[in-house]
Design a protein around this ligand. Structure first.
Ligand code: ARG
Length: 470
């Protein structure tokens, strides 16, 4: 759909607003002013909006049936021209709105000029962009649902698979891999609710706000709002043409989501190193090295980690465009689109890549289990046992356990390998029973508190999400 007809038209007086202009724009003016290079993405929304507007004008007695019919036919023809790639976009016509309207005039003649009655490009672009973002919020929600489903499937398979849990990227306590996957389910579910929530808030129709002040024509804004799938029309015409919160909220939700994905991406990069060897990415989601035959690189994960920056950059970009803008529309706001287009595309790609990586990865249960037991990961279990069984205060138990860890470290063994007499030298009330809690499996199984890492708790969390997700 990227044809260009400027070579034929040249820069002349603008037929849309040229009435008071003696000459056409300077070439640089045309270049800085044009948005057709990117806002042609909004063609379907622009045409739907115009069709609904024409129908409403007709129903309100502002447009004749004959004009309504030829406008509608012309718009449908333009839609098919754009979709089949035969439409010729012109930079001299600035943006998608004027490209469509100009083509409509070519197709149906003077009746085309009646379409813009009681409307301005200001409410038109606010409408088109809002509908585009609304679709993207739905697309993001769908992609998130798929990703959540993939994470839940992994969590279910690995409800009992032990791995080290980390703080400061130092081994902290054993957890299950299923539990770890479910931490991401929580994040993604919050992301999903942010997109749904933003969609609900943006679902008000700005069409009919006209340039900024509303219109004297007897339009029916409720009718166009309903025809275009909006809950209701926006209430304030000034706000309607100057508000881009819908885009900012979309970018905020996208940025938080993309940031979550970078965390998992980073973990995948770490887990797939030969040093960790916790997982293996499938061949479908890794690449080789052109020089080092042994290598299998997690490029997709690294790219998700890197691409998060683009999404956050788009949010900061639009916040900065909007900052300090006086009411109502200013041309600065034409800079609102490209970052949102890029962020939406990037997020969808990242979610799809993550879904694929998670679904296809192999979990090396033995490596995870070995790592889960090293680094004195059950030290807290020893301290807890001293509190529970020997009745000593936690701070003292912490101290005794610290000495046990130091002892094991000096002997180069694990806590569970320390002989009972040596443990009893540290505290006389320690008995044989302590060894039951020093294993990784016992440690994990004991953490049955609500939201804890015990396999039973992991299964309860999975059941919760399977029931409540939709
Ligand atoms: N291309 C413009 C944009 O994206 C459309 C609105 C133009 N409005 C105006 N008053 N010049 O913002």
């Amino acid at each position: 759909m990227a044809k260009n007809k400027d070579s034929q038209t040249g820069a002349g007086e603008n037929s849309m607003w040229g009435g008071r202009f003696a000459s056409g724009p300077d070439a640089i003016m045309e270049e800085i002013n044009a948005s057709i290079g990117f806002d042609q993405k909004l063609y379907a929304q622009d045409i739907s909006g115009s069709r609904a507007h024409a129908q409403m004008l007709h129903d309100q007695g502002i447009l004749s049936s004959a004009d309504r019919d030829s406008i509608d036919q012309g718009l449908r023809k333009i839609l098919s021209e754009i979709e089949s790639g035969t439409f010729e976009f012109s930079r001299a016509l600035e943006d998608i709105h004027m490209n469509v309207e100009n083509r409509l005039a070519e197709l149906i003649g003077p009746a085309a000029g009646r379409l813009h009655t009681a409307r301005s490009r200001n409410d038109q672009v606010a409408l088109d962009f809002r509908m585009w973002v609304r679709d993207q919020a739905d697309a993001a929600a769908l992609a998130l649902e798929k990703f959540i489903a993939a994470l839940l499937d992994k969590a279910e398979v690995h409800a009992d698979t032990v791995m080290p849990g980390f703080t400061h990227l130092q081994t902290a306590q054993p957890v299950t891999f299923g539990h770890h996957c479910l931490a991401y389910v929580e994040m993604m579910a919050r992301d999903l609710s942010r997109f749904r929530d933003a969609r609900e808030r943006m679902n008000e129709c700005p069409l009919g706000a006209a340039a900024l002040a509303g219109t004297g024509f007897n339009i029916d804004r409720h009718a166009t709002a309903q025809a275009l799938g909006f809950r209701e029309p926006t209430r304030n015409s000034l706000d309607s043409v100057s508000d881009r919160d819908f885009a900012l909220e979309f970018l905020s939700a996208a940025s938080i989501c993309a940031t979550h994905l970078t965390r998992l991406a980073e973990e995948i990069v770490i887990w797939s190193t030969p040093q960790f060897n916790f997982i293996q990415l499938s061949d479908k989601f890794s690449t080789g090295s052109s020089i080092m035959p042994q290598k299998k690189n997690p490029d997709a994960a690294e790219l998700v980690r890197g691409k998060g920056a683009r999404v956050v950059g788009s949010l900061v970009g639009l916040l900065t465009v909007m900052k300090g803008l006086p009411l109502t529309y200013s041309k600065d706001m034409q800079e609102d689109k490209e970052g949102v287009f890029d962020a939406a595309e990037t997020l969808e790609l990242c979610l799809a890549a993550m879904t694929g990586m998670i679904s296809d990865m192999t979990v090396n249960e033995d490596s995870m289990a070995a790592a889960a037991g090293s680094g004195y990961s059950t030290a807290t279990d020893l301290a807890d046992w001293l509190v529970r069984e020997a009745g000593i205060p936690f701070r003292d138990a912490h101290h005794v356990t610290g000495r046990a860890v130091a002892l094991a470290e000096s002997k180069g063994c694990e806590l569970a390998e320390l002989p009972l007499p040596q443990l009893q030298e540290l505290h006389p009330e320690i008995t044989d029973a302590v060894y039951d809690v020093l294993t990784v499996q016992a440690s994990v199984a004991s953490r049955t508190s609500f939201g804890g890492t015990a396999p039973s708790s992991v299964r309860a969390q999975i059941a919760y999400w399977r029931d409540n997700r939709h």
